[in-house]
Design a protein around this ligand. Structure first.
Ligand SMILES: O=C(O)CCC(=O)C(=O)O
Ligand SMILES: [Fe+2]
Length: 354
């Protein structure tokens, strides 16, 4: 990654700005009421009610928030971060031994493109469920389903187990967040749980090496997350930017030690019939420091039909989207993200009812 490779160069309007705006506005929400109450139940109704309000406003106003006192053990986070660093510190040859194949999303790769520009990063993806059931093709008439499985790095030897332990914990957090989001929309707490029975969730280890031309490239180009919810751990380096809804400015999410960054994905946007929006974000790189981030993409079962919930639509507020099949959507995305293509990949607005 020495000379300027045109594959990484963003169009001028998408290049990072030299001045960074680090807003205080991205809410930090304390989840103590659901994690550290004395008798371990949802026992303090007023604290929960307040929490639900905070979650609702954050989803509406930002589509992004951070959580503290989230219940994921700090020691586990440290262990996954250390193991990930060891993994990425290996030679390219070693890492490429578990390169992601055409037939699964799991494994190592360093050639992802976002909006047809190559990202300055390398990643390792690991599925939450093994096997994960998924359609063979994005073709609507093809009913065939296949199984995705994980690839296991030899080194460091602890990585696989640490990832599995970590997934268990962030998954618990994701379910709790979905309950709070459901309540904030006036739904029953467990309204969303059924969608995640055979989930297609996965965890991603993102490594952003120092970049000699950080003013031209991005670690991840502007995008929205396609799934339901993302639970992201970022290290102290920083670089994640979120598009502020009020003025469309790019705002840096300040690293908060031990916090998780949560964002609403496209599926929540559709379920909520646009009450909550999935917000664009991107990652800046820098010329000096490596950066590590670990998103957990909480995604429903492949055969989920994604559409606005009946409870949230009516004559005054009719459904804004045609239903789509999540598994087919995911496969379509996978096929187009892998290579540079001259067409835009599939987006939820393609299902929008005009
Ligand atoms: O590295 C980050 O902070 C965010 C990465 C991201 O947005 C993604 O992987 O979808
Ligand atoms: Fe993202």
């Amino acid at each position: 990654m020495g000379e300027v490779d045109p594959a990484f160069i963003q169009d001028p309007e998408h290049r990072p700005k030299p001045s960074i705006i680090e807003a205080e506005g991205i809410p930090v929400i304390d989840l103590s009421p659901i994690n550290y109450n004395k008798d371990d139940t949802f026992s303090d109704p007023s604290a929960i009610e307040d929490l639900v309000k905070q979650i609702g406003s954050a989803c509406k106003e930002w589509g992004f928030f951070q959580v503290i006192n989230h219940g994921v053990p700090l020691d586990l986070r440290k262990r996954i971060e250390n193991a990930s660093r060891k993994f990425f510190a290996q030679t390219l040859e070693e890492k490429r031994k578990i390169t992601r194949g055409e037939d699964s999303v799991a494994g190592y790769y360093d050639t992802e493109h976002t909006k047809n520009v190559r990202d300055w990063k390398e990643v390792f993806d690991f599925l939450a469920q093994e096997p994960t059931l998924i359609p063979v093709s994005s073709d609507e008439d093809d009913d065939e389903v296949t199984q995705w499985t994980n690839l296991s790095p030899e080194n460091p030897p602890e990585l696989r187990v640490v990832i599995q332990e970590y997934i268990e914990e962030v998954e618990k957090l994701s379910f709790k967040l979905m309950e709070l989001i459901a309540l904030s929309l006036g739904l029953e707490a467990k309204r969303f749980h059924g969608f995640f029975k055979d989930q297609t969730s996965f965890i991603r280890l993102n490594h952003y090496p120092p970049c000699p031309y950080p003013h031209l490239a991005l670690g991840v180009g502007r995008h929205k997350d396609a799934g339901a919810l993302t639970v992201l751990a970022q290290d102290e380096v920083g670089g994640l930017e979120v598009k502020r809804k009020t003025d469309q400015e790019w705002i840096r999410v300040k690293p908060t030690p031990n916090a998780y960054i949560i964002n609403v994905g496209d599926i929540i946007q559709v379920w909520s019939n646009d009450a909550y929006e999935s917000v664009e974000h991107r990652v800046m790189v820098n010329s000096e420091k490596d950066r590590l981030s670990i998103p957990f993409f909480f995604n429903p079962a492949h055969d989920s039909i994604v559409k606005p919930l009946e409870e949230l639509t009516n004559e005054q507020n009719p459904s804004k989207y045609r239903p789509y099949n999540w598994g087919k959507f995911l496969i379509h995305r996978k096929d187009t993200n892998f290579k540079k293509k001259n067409v835009e990949n599939l987006q939820i607005y393609h299902f929008k009812i005009a």
